[in-house]
Design a protein around this ligand. Sequence first.
Ligand code: GLU
Length: 297
Amino acid sequence: MGHIQKVRAAAVALALAGALAACGDAGDDGDEGSDVEVQENAADEFDDGTRMKELADAGSVTIGVKFDQPGIGFKGATDDAPVGFDPEIGKILAADLGIAPEDITWKETISDNREPFLQNGTVDLVIASYSITDERRQVVGQAGPYYVTGQQLLVGTDSDIDSLDDVKGTEVCSVTGSTSLENIEAEGAKPRGFDTYSECVDQVLNGTVDAMTTDGAILLGYAAENPDQLKVVVEPFSEERYGVGYSIDAPEMCEWITETIEDAQDDGAWATAFEATLGQSGVETPDPPAMDECPAA
Ligand code: GLU
């Protein structure tokens, strides 16, 4: 990364720090960015026998999100509900089922339990920085992408790591069950896997590992919380397309998730969700990505 890019990354991190502090204040009532319109008589909109109809009839839905990723999915110990872009997408989907934000059950998912939680019914949906991959689509459904980011590195502000070549032979932490851990091993680093990103970032802060790696959108949140100690380096070296996970036994959910997110992209709810969360960093709201077609029934 050149000097200008570094300065830009630092500026983004600083802006995000301020924004996250602001978010923290606004987050006390737990409802920023959640002015979604809850659909009335939603159950009438869905065919009998579909998972959407079941959820709309029940009036509740369980959604797996991250609890330790500022800007994406974060819940402080005393907060009632998580905040971030992923919970906002969850609220948009729930509203289409006639379910208000306060009737959503939020379940913390870590990277490694996303597939099992969908397979064993612990959650109805996973919206947790969950990259779409062919491997994952063998065992769960993934509709999307609703957001695209890319893998980068987080290092101490005094680190010499400045390019992807520099990680060869160094210890780099990430999270078990993530795409990031596999990718960094392929780059010649010694991978160190943890359960959560917050454990991994602690290793960078205390100098046990040389760097942490995962999606840039996640790393910027951590850098923003510790701008004096941490910086994001290198250009994105992967493409991470975030999808909404659903059970492979409910393939009808794909068209519903895709259409509901496309509607939100068209009517501005997607942009409002972005601006209230990741966009608070001063990052310009991107054009929403085109969603994949659903697999043929
Ligand atoms: N998006 C990547 C993944 O799904 C890394 C972030 C994460 O582990 O949540 O594996």
